[in-house]
Design a protein around this ligand. Structure first.
Ligand code: UDP
Ligand code: MG
Length: 340
């Protein structure tokens, strides 16, 4: 049923450093990025605790407030004050989900770390099953949603997108496999060892490897509040996915250029023959315009691709921190800055 793995995992001590030595060992960390989730956060917290307590695991919940403009930060502070298992970090502004997940992973101390959304689209009742699979030795346990209740257009577009991505990318990205996953401690360390500021998590998780298992669950609509993903954001996410992991679009540009050159050569030879045999008779207006416009388009697109890579180099060389912390109850683990 599931791919092979290393066999049952022995109980491993949680990561400890001087700053954390006063804490009891934590087996499971749940990392939750929250952006304007005021409406749903209490309900989420209740369901999460209700799902985790029966498993008997020592757990902590690392909430990351991604610069919310509503009452999310106050709620998280309150939760952290009343429940010792809750920790939180709050950003100075909205830095995006990828940065929030990164901060959460840096905060986490558990041997198993679960990433999940705050809107209850990642059902907490799946956690015992994920922990069980982790105990059987898997380093990554992925809960994959099906596309129940989603618009037909979006479903078709996503499926096309994943087909395209699979053709172009070196890393395996699976349709429906999002950020709802459990990572073992060594998988988390592997993810954290990647310092890039342009973080495309789906690709990073796949890139680190390790024994991975996935199972599907029925898609659920968010419990309250609204999704932060519009069409444009999704398109940019798609472009990120394509460009983050290799330079194949550049290779494609070279191939196109070579084919065009060869075609031009053949066409030139043909024209020369015609001129020698029959003399010049057609004005060639249509051919000229077509060639100028077509080639101009291809050149601009290629320049755009090159520019996109140069822009990425520019961003990476600045080595800015991934986020700025406004406040946290975490002693050092969520410190921003490139993880080297
Ligand atoms: N999120 C975040 N920062 C953002 C956008 C979203 O931390 O800039 C969080 C959000 O609070 C939620 C998760 O990421 O916990 C998924 O967001 P959303 O539900 O809007 O995305 P969707 O489920 O529509 O893909
Ligand atoms: Mg959601």
């Amino acid at each position: 049923l599931f791919p092979p793995c290393n066999g049952p995992r022995e109980a491993q001590p949680a990561r400890t450093t001087a700053a954390w030595s006063d804490m009891t060992t934590v087996h499971t960390s749940v990392v939750v990025p929250c952006f304007n989730e005021d409406d749903v956060i209490d309900l989420f917290h209740q369901e999460l605790v209700a799902a985790l307590e029966p498993t008997g695991t020592e757990f902590e919940i690392c909430y990351v407030d991604d610069g919310s403009g509503d009452g999310t930060r106050a709620r998280l502070k309150q939760l952290a004050a009343t429940d010792p298992r809750v920790r939180y970090t709050s950003f100075s502004r909205n830095f995006g989900k990828e940065s929030a997940m990164l901060a959460g992973l840096r905060m986490s101390r558990g041997e198993a770390v679960v990433l999940m959304d705050a809107d209850l689209q990642h059902p907490p009742h799946l956690l015992p099953r994920m922990l069980e699979l982790h105990r059987h030795g898997y380093d990554q346990v992925v809960a994959r949603r099906d596309r129940t209740g989603e618009g037909t257009l979006r479903t078709i577009l996503s499926q096309r997108y994943y087909r395209l991505v699979r053709r172009f990318m070196d890393v395996e990205v699976v349709d429906g496999a999002g950020d709802f996953r459990l990572l073992s401690r060594r998988a988390v360390e592997a993810v954290l060892s990647m310092p890039e500021s342009n973080r495309f998590s789906k690709g990073l998780f796949s890139w680190i490897g390790f024994d991975t298992v996935s199972f599907a669950y029925t898609n659920v609509q968010r419990a309250a509040g609204s999704s932060k993903w519009g069409g444009r954001r999704l398109l940019n996410y798609g472009i990120d996915g394509l460009l983050s992991f290799n330079t194949r679009p550049l290779r494609l540009a070279i191939h196109t250029g070579l084919w065009l050159f060869l075609s031009a050569l053949a066409y030139t030879v043909w024209i020369l023959f015609n001129v020698v045999l029959d003399g010049v008779e057609t004005p060639g207006y249509a051919t000229l315009i077509a060639a100028v416009v077509g080639l101009g388009g291809i050149q601009l697109a290629t320049l755009g691709i090159i520019g996109e890579y140069v822009g990425r180099i520019y961003h990476e060389t600045k080595r800015r921190p991934h986020y700025v912390v406004r406040e946290t109850d975490d002693s050092g683990a969520a410190q921003p800055g490139p993880a080297v």
